[in-house]
Design a protein. Sequence first.
Length: 242
Amino acid sequence: MQRLSLFGLLLSVFVLGIAPGTLHAQQSLFNVPSSDITTPHKLFVQQQINFSGIVQANTTLDYGLPKNWEVGLNLLGADYSKADHRFIRNDQFDGHSLAPLLLLNAQKGINFNEHWKMGLGTQQGLNLTPNQKSHYAQFSYANVAYTSAHERVRLNGGLYAGNADYLGEGKREGVMFGADIALVHHKAHLMGDWILGNHDLGVAVLGAVYYPTPHFPISLGLQIPNDPKGSKALVVELTWVP
């Protein structure tokens, strides 16, 4: 990993039009895509911050289009080392995913009925680096979501595939699951998800969501890596839903 200037990080974030907050997704629970599609001509914003030895910020912007499409940008893996008191980047593959990544994303929603729907999505882009050649990173998925009557329970499951520059060393494809259970609808929810795999994205997150307003959920969770040698992290997620 190499030093990343504060100016460079702030410039990248400014281009996205949002102040700085683990890799991941269009609209998501914590890390698993929710299969929700942004309302046409509205803007969805999600800022995730993971606290461990490194503070990692992941930003998602999505714009809703007609016919159940959304497109947007991700800035993933904006990392700050608390021990070294500096921003860092990984622009040469060393077994871990490259960072930070600037990605275009797109998702198509397919509604089967009032309870079942599917999301087909992808993220494609490059790592940000001033000194090395940028590398292509990609992550794609097909996800099915079930919503119970009165939206009390939401279950997600699907398949994903990506390359090493996005996922890190390990298997390139796998399955993922997620659940959102309302204790008090649109006020207090339990939420968790799990991406299976032996790579950097292979983690489970267990937590809860609080809604100060229906459009601004705040999520808090504990991230547990699939690798027993990995580091746990506290996950804070701020979301604006139009």
